[in-house]
Each structure stands twice: as C-alpha cells, then as structure tokens.
Write a protein of this length. Sequence first.
Length: 360
Amino acid sequence: MRRSGRLVFLLSVWCISVRAEPVPISRADLPVAAMVESTLGTASKQIRQLAFDGDPTTFFASTENPGAADHFTLVIDKPVSLKRLTIITGKPNGADKLESGTVALSADGKTFDEAAKFANGTAKAEPDGRLIQAVRITPSGDLTHPLVIRELTIESEPSIATFRYPVEFVVDVSDSPDLKSWADKAARECERYYPMINEELKSEGYKPPQVVTLTLSSRYNGVAAASGSRITGAVKFFKAHPDDVGAMIHETCHVVQQYRGRRTNRNPGWLVEGVADYVRFFKYEPGKIGPINADRAHYNGSYRVTAAFLAYTAEKYDKQLVLKLNTLMREGNYKDEIFKEFTGKSLDELDDEWRASLKK
Ligand SMILES: [Zn+2]
C-alpha cells in the first residue's frame, strides 16, 4: 500500500495462487535457519528472536510468570552437530535470572533429553558434536518473575543463523477465531522470510520494525493491506484462499519498505507495489507469477506487471536495481530519470525492449 495513512486495497486476482512447500533459506554450505516457539506470551517489545540475535544486550521477556509446563524452544530447520552451547538469562542489570531450570536437546524436535541445568542464570553444555534440531529451556517450577532470556550462543556445524532482523508477528483473529491456526502459520512464514525481504530491501542505517501486527478483519473487503507496521487481511478472502500466504508476504514487504513521511508520499504507486511483488514473485515464490500479456503490459502496470519489468531490467542491466530503487524511495529521492542513470536507457526505452522480450 502506498504510504498515506489510509488503507489502499490490494485487489488482485493474481494473489490467488497455490504455493508449493516453502523453499528453505539455507543450503548445505550456509547457516541453517531456526525459529523460536514458546508457550509464553511476549512482553511488549521483548520479542522471542531477541534471545538469538547475536546481541546480549537485548532479550526476550515473557508477559506472564512461567511454570514448569512452559518452555522456550529454538527449533532448527535441520540437524546440526552441536559443539558448545551457552545460555544467559536475566536482564542486563541482572534482574529476573532463571535460577532453577533446565536446557534440553532434541534430535528430532519431539523428544528432549536434559543437557544442562541453570546456575546463577546461566547454562552451558558441550555435547561433543551430538546432532540436534531443537534446544529447549524450561523453568523447574513456578517463577515469581517473567522468563527473561538474553542470549543463546551456539557453536555448531553447520552454524545456525542468528536473527539479523529480529521480528515477531502478533496475530489478532478476534473477528474470526477459527482462522487462528491459519494466521499463526502465515505469521511464522512472514517471520521466516523477514531476513530475506530485509536483505532485498536493505539500505544504510535502516532498521525495520520488530513487532508487526497481523489482524484478520471481517469488516475489510479487499485482500490485504499494510499501514506502518500493521497488516490487515480480509477474513472472507483468506477463508476462501488459505493457500495465498504470498499476499501476506507482499504486505510484509510494505512493512519493510516503510516509505514514511511527506517526501516519500511522492513515490509512484506502481513502483511501490511493483517492488513488493518483485520480492514476492521473484524471491519468495518464483514461478508463481503467471502469464504477462505482452500486448498490454507496461512498466507502470503496478503489482506483478511492474515486478516482471523490474526482474527483466535488473537481470539485464543491474542486479542491484531493486535495492537501489528501494533506497531512493525510502529516502524520498526517487524520480523516473534515475532509470537512465542505472541502465543507460529511459523508462520508455526499457519498456519497449521488455515488451519485445515477452513476445519472443
Ligand atoms: Zn501492496
């Protein structure tokens, strides 16, 4: 959506697409991705991923005081050989340390064996290369304070990717509680791809929102919309199209774009939407974009049409094109002439060339 304080509806038939299983971010030689699961709620901005972001000054904190049935679990995408593990709990000022609790490891994410106990808020394990797929922290009994986890430090082969862009999607399905599991699934998917989206749309000094609300509304009749760090999806649409998680990825791109302020209001809508659909259809779900009508397509056709134009132009002239356009739009410095600077050709020239390529 364009940044204007009002919701602009995304009404697009191409959002109705069936998606295959998510493509894992990691490959054999890259760090393995992980997610955090917990029985506990998140206190204000102290989101789960802050416990594994490589920064011991930030921390996860629970809303409630946990008991022995609660846990905080790092679930790793595939088994890694664990060499060393250190977990520090408690706030940087020393408050709310976990004095009595355990760390358990799991090879399959289902059965857990105790590997270490907490002492003075810290737990350490050196399990000698054992294959693990999950690390679980559990208090020994009822605590009189929240669970606060400052940092997990894990040495493994391959390594596990820390959360470079920590985020938590907070789901509100009060309009339609039966969509809770769908919304949770979509939220986890958007969290999982948040690092990828942020790498595609990064610019110097920019930090994306860390808390995003995802609300399913029965009063809203579009598909989905984003405003600031709030995403709204239509109950009616997602009930009919549960496979269209990609529409939420598109909105997540808008949250990351954060083209806020008066100057960035001048960013052309076709490009704002085109960049979001570029990330969606060329990075998140490649191959799902569907046919583009070569006779009617223009660079400023918005959404997937502009996305296809950007992909063509980036591939042929400048692999950093979208990154650069995003930076300009975020700073309020975009103008159409910039294409000539980046590619040596005007938008109209590029448009003709792209359309001709579609007819081949
Ligand atoms: Zn949009």
